[in-house]
Design a protein around this ligand. Structure first.
Ligand code: SR1
Ligand code: MG
Length: 409
């Protein structure tokens, strides 16, 4: 009888691998030594598979519902979107994404490079290890992928074909709801410590903030600049320092953006803002744990992120496809717009991690007394960033202001 691969289990993974001709060169399906299910996100099954010869692969399968809430249906087509993003981003910047070996549209399975010698950046930040180099790498990654998948680097017909191929309405709607809407209304997804309820009430009473969030949501929904990752928080980034974690190899530092199922052709600043927001959360944790120097170091990283992005974008600018109309003044305006978007998206994404459905371990694993102050600090920092960012070209200054907000809360 044929094995059913609709929902993989540790017991069916070997048979599944044997059924995928494209993976024969990657792993020996007849000599599988171990299968571990390691998914820890909100949505998918993730298996790390090793064979007896030491070769390995990651299988990621989307479920037809939210993993953490089976009553919440979710399109499995998100796997196809992730395959599109991985493929396009690999072409633009292979250094900063995992390799994609195979995509099985029938069973919604991606076979991806195993990066087990890396660690998730959020977990490292939570443990007090900052990995500053990762901010530079992600800045370059966003610039290279944004340039290559925008009309600056893509023929206009190809760009529109990409817009169509990458359309991701259901997952975009999750972001529209969870990031831009629900935190500002009463919704069963929301929840904060009782002591933070007045902070949320103040947030919702702030008309200027609600206006900025409404405008940001509109830009998120209507902008088609470049193929974005779509969920580029610190839990979507793998890091490995030079020499590896055990300092036993001569490997170079490595940084990879993974888990791009929320990707679509959207506003470039959204990816930068996602990372920036999560750096605010990491700094709030450090501050709450009485480590102000580390909080300051973490909040130097939005500046490094932006600096690396801008440097790489400027370096690519001479390659733009149509210099007849895209002169250097256009570059300055584009950069200013992306920076302004990044700042307001950072504000939105920081606030949603405190108020809304998807919380962040940086804050959630703090003891309640520290959590209350950290949550208040993040809400203040987000609000202030959204309202004061206009016309401020200096991301370092904006991040320094976030540190002051965390401390004043
Ligand atoms: C139901 S999905 C909840 C969140 O998890 C992902 O990481 C996205 O940020 C999404 O909003
Ligand atoms: Mg995810």
């Amino acid at each position: 009888t044929m094995t059913d691969f609709t929902q993989l289990t540790a017991d069916t993974v070997a048979a599944y691998l044997a059924s995928r001709r494209a993976l024969a060169a990657v792993i020996d399906a007849d000599r599988i030594a171990s299968v571990r299910e390691v998914g820890d996100g909100n949505l998918n099954l993730v298996f790390i598979v090793e064979d007896a010869g030491g070769a390995s692969v990651v299988l990621k399968q989307s479920l037809p519902h939210v993993r953490t809430d089976p009553s919440w249906p979710m399109t499995r087509e998100r796997s196809a979107r992730e395959a599109t993003v991985l493929g396009e981003h690999q072409r633009a910047d292979a250094e900063h994404v995992p390799a994609l070996y195979d995509f099985d549209h029938e069973h919604f399975v991606l076979a991806i490079e195993n990066l087990s010698d890396h660690r998730v950046w959020r977990n490292e930040l939570n443990a007090g290890r900052v990995h500053e180099y990762a901010a530079d790498a992600i800045g370059s990654y966003v610039a290279r992928t944004a340039f290559a998948t925008s009309p600056l680097g893509l023929d206009p017909l190809e760009h529109k074909a990409l817009v169509a191929r990458a359309v991701n309405p259901e997952l975009a709607q999750i972001t529209e709801d969870l990031v831009f809407t629900e935190p500002y209304v009463d919704h069963p997804h929301n929840g904060v410590l009782p002591a933070n309820e007045p902070d949320v009430a103040a947030l919702r009473a702030d008309r200027a903030l609600r206006r900025e969030m409404g405008l940001a949501k509109f830009r998120f929904m209507t902008t088609a600049q470049s193929l974005i990752h779509g969920d580029l928080h610190t839990g979507s980034v793998f890091v490995r320092p030079a020499g590896g974690f055990d300092r036993a190899t001569d490997a170079r530092a490595s940084v990879r953006a993974f888990d791009s199922e929320f990707g679509f052709v959207g506003p470039t600043g959204f990816d930068l803002g996602a990372l920036w927001a999560n750096l605010i959360l990491a700094a709030a944790r450090a501050e709450a744990l009485g480590e102000p120097d580390r909080a300051e170091l973490v909040l130097s990283l939005p500046g490094r992120l932006w600096g690396a992005f801008e440097r790489e974008y400027r370096a690519l600018w001479p390659e733009r496809l149509d210099p007849r109309v895209w002169g250097d003044e256009v570059l300055e305006q584009l950069l200013a717009g992306i920076r302004d978007d990044a700042a307001v998206f950072a504000a939105a994404k920081a606030i949603r991690r405190i108020v809304g459905f998807a919380k962040a371990s940086d804050i959630e694993t703090l003891p309640p007394a520290e959590r209350e102050g950290a949550a208040r600090g993040v809400l203040h920092a987000g609000r202030s960033l959204a309202l004061t960012r206009h016309g401020i070209a200096d991301v370092e200054a904006l991040a320094a202001e976030s540190l002051a907000s965390l401390r004043a809360a």
